[in-house]
Write a protein of this length. Structure first.
Lengths: 170, 101
């Protein structure tokens, strides 16, 4: 199947993702930051759809934008942020942090430039998108059975840990 | 316009990772620092899914595992934030100095 107008969708979605991400780290109000993060997550789900990964896109929307962000909004509601809005939002080492992060970005771009020679980044493979969910399921319950079970154990530990942390008196 | 290749996705993922790193290193609000960590995890996910287009399904499986890890991390981290807020009545990281000597 031939995709239609791929570059327009790609540039639109990635511009939206990056713009919302910048809004996440610059907004004063934490609720606005959380809503911007939801925008980034949904744009990334669109990019996953363009990469022939519909199952990951659905998991992204259901689990991230639906589950994790509700958790974030609940905590923003529980901790009182009214006085935090009026305070200074950036810490004293913000200049050093900015320089370090931009240096890391330069390193990443350099690695990507060099890696073009090694990795076949310019090839475009056509994956069958109709049976993607079926193939993900077969792989998840076949070779990745043990990591899958360990992930369930991790989630159990996280549930117990979150309850223990947030409880007033044990 | 030219065709979109894996390289384009890698550059977008790098940009998201840098924005997340800047958020972690510069903000004072713990909730927004956790959101920046989610941004970093999403950048890694985009990389994995972009490479899974070239090298088979394993990248998508890893992306699902990373989403699971992000859920666990968010639950425990937000629990810690609630406990911290109950003790100190603030959520600024530079005021979290109980372990500082």
């Amino acid at each position: 199947m031939n995709p239609v107008a791929t570059p327009i969708f790609f540039y639109g979605l990635s511009f939206a993702a990056i713009a919302f991400a910048i809004a996440v780290i610059t907004r004063r109000n934490a609720v606005h930051a959380a809503l911007s993060l939801i925008g980034t997550l949904i744009s990334l789900a669109g990019l996953y759809l363009m990469l022939y990964a519909p199952f990951v896109a659905a998991v992204q929307i259901v689990l991230y934008a639906g589950g994790i962000m509700v958790l974030f909004l609940f905590v923003i509601m529980l901790v009182n942020l009214d006085q935090n809005i009026r305070e200074i939002q950036f810490n004293r080492q913000w200049l050093v942090g900015l320089v370090v992060a931009l240096a890391l970005g330069g390193l990443l771009l350099f690695v990507i430039r060099q890696g073009k020679v090694i990795f076949p980044l310019h090839e475009v493979a056509d994956l069958p998108e109709g049976i993607n969910t079926q193939m993900v399921g077969m792989t998840l319950y076949g070779p990745y059975m043990l990591p899958f079970e360990i992930a369930s154990l991790l989630l159990l530990v996280a549930i117990v840990g979150a309850v223990v942390m947030a409880k007033k008196r044990i | 316009m030219a065709e979109i290749t894996t390289l384009h996705y890698l550059v977008v993922a790098a940009a998201l990772l840098i924005i997340g790193t800047i958020g972690v290193l510069t903000r004072r609000n713990v909730v927004i620092i956790l959101m920046s960590i989610e941004l970093i995890l999403n950048a890694v996910n985009l990389n994995l899914v972009a490479f899974s287009r070239l090298y088979g399904l394993h990248g998508q499986i890893f992306a699902i595992f990373i989403i699971t890890d992000a859920a666990a991390e968010a639950a425990v981290g937000l629990g810690i934030i609630i406990a911290f807020f109950r003790n100190k009545e603030t959520i600024n990281v530079d005021e979290a100095d109980l372990l500082k000597w």
